[in-house]
Design a protein around this ligand. Structure first.
Ligand SMILES: [Zn+2]
Length: 341
């Protein structure tokens, strides 16, 4: 399988570095990755009462437009339910959980049509455009990958959760058992089918991403279309019936022809592009001989610790590191500073 976008994007890392910077004891270092979680109370036991909670005075909502959260500066905006912008929100909202005691929802404004010629950039890998709604001056809808390294851990978790669940609803409108249209339920955490009584739940697809080392060097690769010089860790979907360790060994062999011995799990990162859970692993290569599969990746190579340190410092002439916020960046940085574990 090819290297995933997730590998190359930004979400998980930053949260970790900002919130619990290599703090021993309280939290594993590996949990400090961007999108690594903010101990948000999802209040799953309240999901059945989501409709009633929307009427509470302290209820608020974050806003998303076609997967792009609304931010003001570096903050994810929370707006009251009676805010004028809510006239453009879809009737069904996602109940994300509670902050202090206040219920927090996610509202989908995807049906709203922004003014101006800006939709053509939406399908690009990194959409640089921002959309502004006249009812919320000073705020804008922005691509999550473009802003994730600026958000607080809490804001990143809320935005990532909302984006992933909304995308699941968008792409799972019909019952997978009988084909009838299903209905949103349980505050957005379920879809029910009235025809066959089927219940469906948001899915997350596991992806292994691996720091493969041999002596003083790490194995990196790149996919076609990436910015010139950019290399990241290899990654691929875990297949049914496969362990994490087996997936690591299979993917590395498929993509680069390298046999891997011992594999260990390091850290995970929710990656809502659209629905991945990145499983960061370390693996020991048995040798350095590369046999690249051009159907899988464009290139792969071994990079020494010194070269990678130069790349991270922005001083390497031919090597760009994985993006800040992506778990690849996080794992490589931990490797460079000898802080894996
Ligand atoms: Zn059904």
């Amino acid at each position: 399988m090819r290297i995933l976008e997730g590998d190359y994007a930004i979400l998980s890392e930053k949260i970790a570095l900002v919130q619990a910077p290599w703090h021993p004891g309280a939290m594993k270092i590996a949990e400090t990755v961007t999108f690594g979680g903010s101990r948000f109370d999802r209040a799953a036991e309240m999901r059945g009462q989501a409709q009633a909670m929307r009427k509470q005075d302290d209820a608020c909502a974050i806003l998303l437009w076609r997967g792009k959260p609304m931010i003001a500066g570096d903050d994810l905006l929370r707006l009251p339910m009676d805010h004028p912008v809510m006239v453009d929100a879809a009737a069904d909202m996602i109940f994300l959980g509670r902050e202090d005691a206040a219920p927090v929802f996610a509202a989908d404004l995807s049906a709203w049509q922004p003014e101006g010629p800006q939709a053509e950039t939406l399908d690009r890998f990194l959409d640089p455009s921002e959309q502004r709604h006249s009812a919320v001056p000073g705020a804008a809808f922005a691509e999550l990958r473009a802003i994730m390294a600026r958000l607080s851990p809490r804001d990143a978790e809320l935005a990532a959760t909302a984006k992933a669940v909304m995308e699941w609803h968008r792409s799972h409108r019909f019952c997978a058992r009988c084909g009838a249209q299903s209905q949103i339920a349980m505050g957005g955490w379920q879809r029910d089918c009235a025809v066959c009584d089927g219940h469906h739940f948001p899915r997350t697809d596991p992806v292994v991403i691996m720091l493969i080392t041999h002596g003083n060097a790490v194995l990196v690769g790149r996919s076609p279309g990436w910015p010139e010089g950019m290399y990241s860790l290899l990654a691929g979907f875990v297949e049914p019936g496969e362990t994490i360790e087996a997936a690591v060994r299979r993917e590395v062999f498929e993509e680069a022809g390298v046999r891997v011995g011992a594999v260990s799990y390091l850290s995970s990162q929710p990656w809502p592009f659209p629905a991945s859970l990145m499983l960061g692993c370390a693996g020991d290569a048995l040798d350095r001989e590369l046999t690249i599969d051009p159907d899988e990746i464009e290139d792969a190579k071994w990079v020494t610790r010194e070269e990678m340190a130069e790349a991270f410092a922005g001083n390497h002439p031919g090597l760009l590191p994985a993006r800040k916020g992506a778990i690849a960046h996080f794992l490589l940085q931990a490797w460079l500073s000898d802080r894996l574990g």
